[in-house]
Design a protein around this ligand. Sequence first.
Ligand SMILES: NC(=O)c1ccc[n+]([C@@H]2O[C@H](COP(=O)([O-])OP(=O)(O)OC[C@H]3O[C@@H](n4cnc5c(N)ncnc54)[C@H](OP(=O)(O)O)[C@@H]3O)[C@@H](O)[C@H]2O)c1
Length: 268
Amino acid sequence: MRTLVVGGTGTVGRPLAAELVRRGHEVRVLSRSGGTAGTTGAVGHRGDVAAGTGVDEAVAGVEAVVDCLNVETVRRSRAEAVLVRGTRRLLDAGAAAGVRHHVLLSIVGIDRIPYPYYAAKLHQEEAVTAGPVPSTVLRATPFHEFVATVARRGRVGPFVLVPRLRTAPVAAVEVARALADAVEGGPCGRAPDIGGPREEEFVDLVRVLLRARGDRGVVVPVVWPGRAGRAMRDGAQLPTGGRRGHQSFDEWLAEHHGPGGSGSAGRS
Ligand SMILES: NC(=O)c1ccc[n+]([C@@H]2O[C@H](COP(=O)([O-])OP(=O)(O)OC[C@H]3O[C@@H](n4cnc5c(N)ncnc54)[C@H](OP(=O)(O)O)[C@@H]3O)[C@@H](O)[C@H]2O)c1
């Protein structure tokens, strides 16, 4: 199958492109950089879905599109510009080119947590579901890799501000396998969510990550205000049913940062 991975140089897009190549797909990757992030056998296309450049060329002759686009922002308008308008461009170009399946990666709990980026993701889901190409939406919990992003964003001098959030994080590579299965399963509307094997408190994960890196930053738990904060603390981002990955955060950390960061011995 000829499959386009939009955002195929990203955290989940890269292992997805590799997984699809391994399964025998003819894989294209669309990103602004135009590379393949070292995915042997994938072909890189340069394009910008927000600006509308390079999209028609990337979807030409493709059977399935996997939408792993992302934008790092807390502003809803910026998130909408890339995720919603960009995805609509992909759908319109895909419909014109005869694409038969659009698979979107989304996030568990976005309908239960009133947060600007999540509102844009919800709109993106609606655009895909109501769009002109038969589709599948797969929601995942935060990736293990996202813990480092939260630690970086929350850094204020020696302190690391981390929101109180209960979730079951999952390895991006396991989400990539679920996405590849969704591609091969054909359009199904909403696929079963995927989450990680264990419920975790994000504050603990950041502490374990910093320790594994030898970083002496002091983690400061932050109670996010309002309904969003309550929903985050109350487990709105925990998966209910669906598919569960096998690799725990500790196992993932041991694989990526060595045994110093692994196991419950790393927890306080
Ligand atoms: N991170 C998580 O924990 C998590 C959990 C569940 C679901 N998700 C969802 O999974 C998706 C992927 O997340 P991720 O963390 O893998 O993202 P990421 O690492 O930030 O990668 C984003 C990808 O999108 C490409 N991109 C960004 N803007 C683009 C544009 N205008 N035109 C074309 N390509 C563009 C980037 O390449 P260039 O920069 O070269 O363009 C990159 O390949 C997102 O929709 C996110 O909401 C994420």
